[in-house]
Design a protein around this ligand. Structure first.
Ligand SMILES: [Zn+2]
Length: 176
């Protein structure tokens, strides 16, 4: 393992412990030349999970991509990096544990939406609105309505929402 500070190849392992996830080892290494310490993660190589994209193309599951998508949705929210990483980890684990070797990107998207819904309403709506490509305001309003706990939603509220949705839909129809 090359030292990231001086690129010398002589480094030694000073500590080795199981990583946060299954089949992972976390190692502390020390450079024999510059004495800097750094961490490496070693993982078991597993069969790749193949994602089927909306246009039918296949690509390998890319955890970095999922991580970036979630991070973007969580921007400026009080959500720790650790929590986001755990979410990605869990999603990847679920995908690996499913017996399908090829998984639709929709399944991945819905898993992310579900996970975000549990931790932060704003991040959830941000992600869902981009991902599900809410084509109109009506979809969006319905989605928002679902976020309210039942006890905060008197019957009149549901009617009101439907009225708003109707109006918005009418307007959209007029335009087309
Ligand atoms: Zn070094």
């Amino acid at each position: 393992m090359k030292c990231p500070y001086c690129t010398n190849l002589n480094t030694r392992v000073v500590d080795s412990r199981p990583g946060k996830i299954e089949y992972e080892v976390r190692r502390r290494r020390e450079c024999q030349i510059c004495s800097q310490r750094f961490t490496t993660f070693e993982r078991v190589e597993r069969a790749p999970v193949i994602i089927i994209k909306k246009d039918g193309r296949r690509e390998e599951f890319d955890r970095e991509k999922v991580l970036r998508g979630i991070q973007k949705a969580c921007e400026k929210r009080a959500i720790s990096v650790n929590l986001i990483e755990d979410m990605v980890e869990l999603i990847e684990q679920e995908l690996r544990e499913s017996n399908d070797r090829e998984i639709s990107s929709t399944v991945v998207g819905e898993k992310i939406i579900l996970a975000l819904k549990k931790i932060d309403d704003v991040a959830y709506v941000r992600f869902a609105s981009v991902y599900r490509e809410f084509t109109d305001v009506a979809d969006f309003i319905r989605e928002l309505k679902e976020l309210l706990p039942q006890e905060c939603r008197p019957v009149e509220f549901d009617h009101l929402v439907e009225q708003v949705v109707d109006k918005v839909t009418d307007k959209a129809d007029d335009r087309s």
